[in-house]
Design a protein around this ligand. Structure first.
Ligand code: CP
Length: 354
């Protein structure tokens, strides 16, 4: 028998639950604004996904449109991946990437085989990734791989004849996280997806708290942002590192059209930012390193009204929970949208548009 006081506490907790997070209404608007054109997606059919640099602006926009359709009209899905098997190989910890890929595959009707510990595979006996790749050709229809060794996804390409999707390779890239990031940004700023020239006063200013040289999510996101450079006034990197960029990385992004500045003064720049992206973790070898521990966002930060805070998660002290129930919280919408953008990508790779 539950005590009355406990029941009261429970009811109070339920009443306090936020009913919504940012981004629930916006997929429909995005879907209606972008004319459907599946032609750019045809080039993704049966292709591996290793780097953000493989994608064109048109492909990203159409993937976001398809994701918005999945998010807005789940009742229209007809399980096009029935009978197909996903091999979900995560040799490094993951909450969102593995579960959102698996959720996406399930929602599309497919079945899943999951590896969450390399010690349970031939790797523990010294088997090469090339040989494992050769075996996987017989067992499934697509592989998602997360590996701390940046080269692993390339090694598997040697023998895989089924598509592989990079679910995060060391400090190199995390292209599907960056897709979820772009999907989130387009929901809030759909004008970025339009071909029309955007007036100067509507260009957005994006701040990224992190280290592009070491963080795979940020490396991939910057590559995608360069596809939308015409709608972005500036990207400010907020970092204490003397060299936050890898050799040639900044120059490549600037050549692609981004205007970039580096600063250490978070509070001075926050009131000017339309999008604030924060991350402190970089996975290196078998452990993670933290950068920029002095930077912290909370409800007391001088955020611009109407701006959005994003984080690939998992979060630490840098993103205070006091922001969770505020309109700045787009990080939960970002994690939610990851399911739909991954559904869109998987549909494009397997050429199964439902
Ligand atoms: N964003 C992200 O990659 O989260 P996980 O490490 O939980 O997959």
């Amino acid at each position: 028998m539950v005590e009355d006081s406990k029941l009261e506490q429970l009811e109070q907790k339920i009443d306090e639950q936020p009913l919504d997070v940012q981004g629930f209404e916006s997929p429909r608007m995005l879907m209606e604004m972008i004319p459907e054109d599946l032609v750019p997606l045809l080039d993704l059919a049966h292709r591996p996904v290793i780097s953000a640099s493989q994608f064109s602006r048109e492909q990203l926009i159409q993937l976001c449109r398809l994701a918005a359709r999945f998010e807005t009209e789940p009742q229209r899905m007809n399980r096009p991946l029935t009978g197909k098997i996903l091999i979900s190989a995560f040799y490094e910890p993951s909450t969102r990437t593995r579960l959102s890929f698996e959720s996406a595959w399930h929602r599309l009707g497919g079945d899943i085989m999951s590896i969450t510990d390399p010690a349970t595979t031939g790797i523990a006996k010294g088997e090469s990734l090339q040989d494992i790749g050769e075996m996987l050709n017989n067992y499934g229809d697509l592989v998602v791989l997360r590996e701390s060794d940046a080269r692993a996804v390339y090694d598997m390409l040697d023998t895989l004849r089924i598509p592989i999707v990079n679910g995060g390779n060391g400090t190199d890239e995390h292209p599907t996280q960056a897709m979820a990031d772009i999907y989130t940004i387009l929901k809030a700023h759909p004008a970025l997806a339009l071909a029309d020239e955007i007036p100067d006063e509507q260009l957005i200013h994006i701040g990224i708290i992190g280290v592009p040289a070491h963080m795979r999510t940020i490396r991939s996101l910057l590559i995608f942002l360069s596809q939308f450079a015409s709608g972005i006034a500036k990207v400010s990197i907020i970092s204490e590192q003397e060299q936050p960029f890898a050799d040639g990385q900044r120059e490549e992004l600037e050549q692609a059209g981004l205007t970039i500045e580096v600063t250490t003064d978070l509070d001075a720049i926050l009131p000017r930012l339309d999008v604030v992206y924060i991350n402190t973790i970089a996975w290196v070898d078998d452990d993670y390193q933290e950068y920029g521990k002095t930077f912290c966002l909370s409800v007391d930060s001088p955020l611009k009204p109407g701006s959005m805070v994003m984080h690939p998660l998992a979060r630490g002290a840098e993103l205070d929970t006091s922001l969770d129930n505020t309109p700045f919280n787009w990080y939960f919408a970002q994690a939610r949208g990851a399911v739909f953008i991954r559904m869109a990508l998987l549909s494009a790779i397997l050429k199964s548009y439902s």
